[in-house]
Design a protein around this ligand. Structure first.
Ligand SMILES: Cc1cc2nc3c(=O)[nH]c(=O)nc-3n(C[C@H](O)[C@H](O)[C@H](O)COP(=O)(O)OP(=O)(O)OC[C@H]3O[C@@H](n4cnc5c(N)ncnc54)[C@H](O)[C@@H]3O)c2cc1C
Length: 495
């Protein structure tokens, strides 16, 4: 594996850079005082902070192109940013780089209700798309819990998911076309508005590329008709493993619910005083299973799911009777993160994905780790997708607790890999899980990722040092994965 230089050396000082950027941007689009750039020092992963050299807020594609040209000329790294809600540090600034925010490109360009598509700029908020197309009886299906704030550009970069992605797919399955600018200034249009596009299908490569291949400047999304009715079941289980098995049973019965989420008792007890969602806080685990469609479809599916859940050992089943009650059941799930913030000074949200049938044993494994690391962990997650979100609670003011939380998180991800899963589901790798990439991938796989990165960005200036670990980073991690008895990077010293 070749060593990849991810720390480019800028060839201009800050003043020269500001002068050059001021030629192409209006004054209000260039932030450089400490007061102005402080809000950009981190994203949702607040444990890591770094002030950038400066922040650019372009208002159109031509300005983005001009910024990229200047940064190329001076070898200055560029970190793209949407709303900064990312949880893996993908938009974390670099000390020698600029932050390029696409928040001001926030126009919905076209809505084609007939074709059920919308073309939007990258800074449009996820929920704003659904709001805008609601008069046509349509909506944009992927619904991250952060949808009120996060942008479609960020969603594309992270391949974001949400409660309804089990049935309707992730961002990848709901985006038809993406326009992006590479660091070299090339305009790329990937995907198409037809069912297939000519040439290699680069859309799945670009979606989920964490701002490392290009700056997204336009996105064409699919829209789906709003279902006539939706109802949700809340099922209580006395045992987490039983609840986990019920998830597998629902899918095995051939049912794809509109949402299939699980919350353990720590989560329901943390959320209930906060939002009064009506949860059974005595249960070891609750499942929320949604059905949507025509009233007849919903009635039939709710009956089938209830039967499967009862057979799996559910001791109580409540079905939302009204739309208000349905929203109340979901409000607890959607507010789980803020609720954790009320009971713990700090928390760390992990994101790993495992085969559904291994859910029970992994939850037991996490419970055992709570004792090993002396920290509490709440589990609230997209159970139908096998996408875990353990919330590790800690107090950063207590010496050693943050480090323990990080080790706890890394151990969970290693367990995910061990059972045949992955180290991320929807939050991306960013800087948070970059070490865990050494556990998941072989050196030649990591080399291939670098080769792809170089094909789009030979100078390695766009969001460098994210998502793909260098050889030395893996060596320093010191916990290199031994897969099938083979020690990886044997030539490197262990630290
Ligand atoms: C309370 C809370 C709940 C959340 N719930 C969910 C959830 O249910 N599901 C889920 O998937 N995520 C969730 N997230 C994570 C986060 O909201 C998503 O990852 C979201 O897609 C990030 O969008 P953003 O606009 O904030 O992007 P940012 O955080 O600003 O950036 C994220 C990444 O995208 C890149 N990027 C941003 N804009 C562009 C662009 N125009 N071109 C190229 N790259 C770009 C950045 O460089 C970075 O790598 C949650 C976060 C919070 C705080």
């Amino acid at each position: 594996m070749a060593e990849h230089n991810m720390n480019p050396v800028a060839t201009a000082d800050r003043k020269t850079l500001v002068r050059a950027l001021a030629q192409v941007l209006p004054a209000h689009a260039l932030l450089h005082s400490e007061e102005e750039i402080r809000p950009y020092e981190c994203d949702g992963l607040t444990a890591y902070r770094q002030l950038p050299l400066l922040v650019c807020l372009p208002e159109n594609e031509a300005q983005i192109l001009a910024i990229l040209q200047i940064c190329r000329r001076f070898n200055v790294p560029v970190v793209p940013r949407g709303a900064g809600t990312g949880l893996s540090g993908g938009a974390m600034p670099m000390a020698q780089g600029i932050v390029l925010s696409t928040a001001k490109l926030n126009r919905i360009l076209t809505i084609d209700a007939h074709a059920r598509t919308a073309k939007v700029q990258p800074g449009v908020r996820n929920l704003a798309i659904s709001d805008a197309v609601a008069p046509h009886g349509l909506y944009y299906a992927p619904d991250p819990s952060s949808q009120i704030a996060c942008t479609i550009g960020g969603n594309v970069a992270e391949n974001s998911g949400g409660v309804h992605c089990l049935k309707y797919g992730l961002t990848l399955h709901n985006v038809l076309r993406v326009r992006l600018l590479t660091m070299e200034g090339e305009v790329l249009e990937v995907g198409s508005e037809a069912l297939d596009s000519p040439g290699f299908d680069l859309l799945p490569l670009v979606i989920g590329s964490e701002g490392m291949l290009g700056i997204v400047t336009e996105v064409t999304v699919k829209l789906v008709p709003k279902p006539q009715l939706a109802r949700v079941i809340m099922a209580s289980f006395d045992d987490v493993v039983q609840g986990a098995q019920a998830v597998a049973d629902v899918i095995a019965a051939g049912i794809i619910p509109a949402g299939l989420e699980m919350m353990d008792q720590t989560s329901s007890q943390m959320v209930e005083p906060f939002v009064q969602a009506g949860y059974d806080t005595a249960a070891a685990a609750i499942l929320l299973c949604e059905s949507d469609g025509t009233p007849a479809e919903v009635e039939e599916e709710i009956a089938r799911m209830s039967e499967v859940l009862r057979n799996a050992g559910a001791r109580r089943i409540a079905v939302s009777a009204t739309e208000d009650e349905r929203l109340r059941f979901w409000s607890g799930r959607k507010n789980a993160f803020p609720a954790a913030g009320r009971i713990s000074p700090d928390y760390y949200c992990m994101d790993g994905t495992i085969p559904r049938k291994r859910l029970g044993e992994v939850l037991l494994g996490i419970a055992a780790m709570e004792k090993t690391y002396g920290l509490r962990c709440a589990n609230v997650f997209h159970a139908g997708d096998g996408n875990l979100h353990p919330l590790i609670m800690f107090d950063a003011n207590q010496p050693g607790e943050f480090e323990r939380a990080e080790q706890f998180g890394a151990a969970i991800l290693e367990l995910c890999v061990e059972v045949g899963g992955t180290i991320t589901g929807e939050h991306g790798v960013g800087i948070e899980k970059i070490q865990s990439m050494c556990v998941q991938f072989t050196r030649s796989e990591l080399d291939t990722f670098f080769a792809v990165k170089r094909a789009f960005d030979p100078a390695m200036l766009l969001n460098p040092d994210k998502a793909i670990p260098t050889l030395h980073r893996c060596a320093e991690y010191g916990r290199l994965h031994v897969r099938q008895g083979q020690l990886r990077f044997p030539e490197l010293p262990r630290f």
